[in-house]
Design a protein around this ligand. Sequence first.
Ligand code: IMP
Ligand code: MG
Length: 181
Amino acid sequence: MNKCFKEVLFTSEQIQSRISELAIDIKKDYENCEKEPVFVGVLKGCLPFYSDLITKIDMDMVVEYIEASSWNGGTESTGMVTIKRGIEYDIENRDVLIVEDIIDSGITLVKIIEYIKTLNPKSIKVVTLLDKPSGRDENVNLVVDYNGFIVPDAFLIGYGLDYKEIYRNVNEIGIIKDELI
Ligand code: IMP
Ligand code: MG
């Protein structure tokens, strides 16, 4: 076990096998789209998940990304979301799949969806590797179309998730050790 974890929740094998299942569901839903779907990854947390997911989906797609930030680098969301980098590809009348690492309060995703709607896509769906429903903001009403794992109310790191920009490259997901915070 990597020295950063108090507890490992998902091993690399568990993560990959769940992503393979998500890939099958997503391909089934998108393979008959009129035009190639646009997969929009939310940087930076999505990186390993995005890359493993798209390479498991054998289908034409457009690879895009967006960068938003709602974190102050600590373990609590600030609730202030800014779009740091928008979408450059023209997504008007296209099927868009947002690819997220984790949904906590849901505030980031709501902001991203609001922004993407202004670009007039045909449809918007969401895939998240992790969902922490206990953290959901009471004013947020979100439909998550594809979810990898439900996770407990704890601060997680690894496989894209960071604490102060570190641990994104760890290939497992777990609860951060108390003494690191
Ligand atoms: P939300 O706006 O509260 O849903 O937060 C979403 C973003 O916060 C995610 O995309 C992550 O970047 C980050 N985040 C939420 N929970 C965690 C966690 O447990 N560890 C690391 N980052 C997290
Ligand atoms: Mg993120």
